[in-house]
Design a protein around this ligand. Structure first.
Ligand code: ATP
Ligand code: MG
Length: 331
């Protein structure tokens, strides 16, 4: 069996949270040993689809880079780079737009959710986001895309774009598979457990940041919204408790069913204390390592630059093929 080609991206917007860590970052670290190559990208071109400040974007990009390295990404074992450094992504986006249905983009939940929240401008970039995301993945002929559950629809769309390209221009692109974790694919906001925890859209008190201090984590988990019942078990009408069970299961490396057994008869208060402790222990090593890495921006730059070179070498041949198929360049 040939090794999968793994690709995933993370936005350097705002501050990354426990949902990103559990749904995505954790899978990257695991994926770098399976993938050949495994490619991980700080998708800064995606970040400009909502209101942003250029100077802050620079800072957040280093923050996110350091978080991923602290979590265990090893630039020796994977390709780790910044999207804006590899121009092929932007060019392929435009080329793929020829086989992207406007009607499909119109159906995207993320656009509907995020556009409703924009105060001044709903940018065309926000509408176009899924085409850029398709280009990110298809440029590397990736076979697997590890993401959180919220990205299902975007991965389905990129599959459709690849299929349509191949039908129209001949077999060129690879149709990738969605990879989402069995537990923790959708971590919910602790204050509004009907909504996913989010970098740009969630509540502050309901969003546990990867870099939060111990006391802050304990406070946020301790005040998580639950329900009027008293049983620690998963159920559709117990969104808050179900979410905490998932978080605890991942942090402790056990199955959700085992968590229900462990806390049979326990009150919500005790359960929340245990969840907080588990999250504190889960994130502490990342926060410590982050503190060591974040200060050396020159080293972070060097890592990203080396990664970009590797990424370009992988993406350029795909672009050459796509251009050729589409009728660009000398005959
Ligand atoms: P935004 O809300 O601004 O889109 P985000 O929190 O979704 O930000 P991204 O950088 O867009 O962060 O997503 C990075 C990865 O984290 C994606 O694979 C996404 O599916 C995953 N992810 C995001 N939120 C969650 C969540 N609440 N639970 C699990 N995975 C998540
Ligand atoms: Mg997102």
């Amino acid at each position: 069996m040939t090794a999968p080609i793994v690709f995933s991206g993370i936005q350097p917007t705002g501050r990354k949270h426990l949902g990103n860590y559990i749904g995505a970052i954790r899978q990257y670290v695991e994926g770098q040993d399976r993938g050949d190559p495994a490619i991980f990208c700080i998708v800064d071109l995606h970040a400009i689809s909502v209101a942003y400040d250029p100077a802050e974007l620079r800072e957040r990009r280093y923050d996110t880079t350091a978080i991923l390295l602290a979590a265990g990404l090893d630039p020796e074992r994977c390709v780790f780079f910044r999207q804006s450094d590899v121009r092929e992504h932007a060019e392929l986006t435009w080329l793929l737009s020829a086989v992207t249905a406007h009607g499909d983009l119109n159906r995207m939940h993320q656009f509907k959710d995020k556009s409703a929240k924009q105060q001044e401008l709903v940018s065309a970039a926000l509408f176009y986001y899924p085409v850029l995301m398709a280009a990110d993945v298809l440029a590397y002929k990736a076979t697997e895309v590890p993401v959180g559950d919220d990205q299902r629809q975007h991965v389905e769309l990129m599959r459709e774009i690849a299929r349509r390209f191949n039908e129209r221009f001949g077999e060129t692109l690879v149709v990738p598979e969605l990879i989402i974790p069995a537990v923790g694919a959708r971590i919910m906001d602790l204050q509004e457990p009907e909504r996913k925890m989010s970098t740009t859209g969630g509540t502050e008190a309901g969003t546990v940041l990867v870099l939060d201090e111990e006391a802050t984590i304990r406070k946020k988990v301790g005040s998580a919204v639950t329900d009027s019942g008293r049983e620690v078990r998963r159920a559709p009408d117990k969104a808050g408790i179900t979410n905490l069970i998932d978080v605890y299961a991942v942090a402790r490396g056990v199955e959700p069913a085992a968590v229900e057994r462990e806390f049979e008869g326990a009150g919500y208060g005790d359960f929340k204390k245990a969840v907080a402790e588990a999250v504190v222990e889960y994130l502490a090593p990342v926060r410590e390592r982050y503190a060591e890495l974040r200060g050396d921006e020159a080293a972070l730059e060097a890592t990203l630059a080396a990664g970009a070179e590797k990424a370009r070498a992988l993406a350029a041949p795909t672009l050459a093929e796509v251009r050729e198929r589409m009728g660009f360049g000398a005959a």
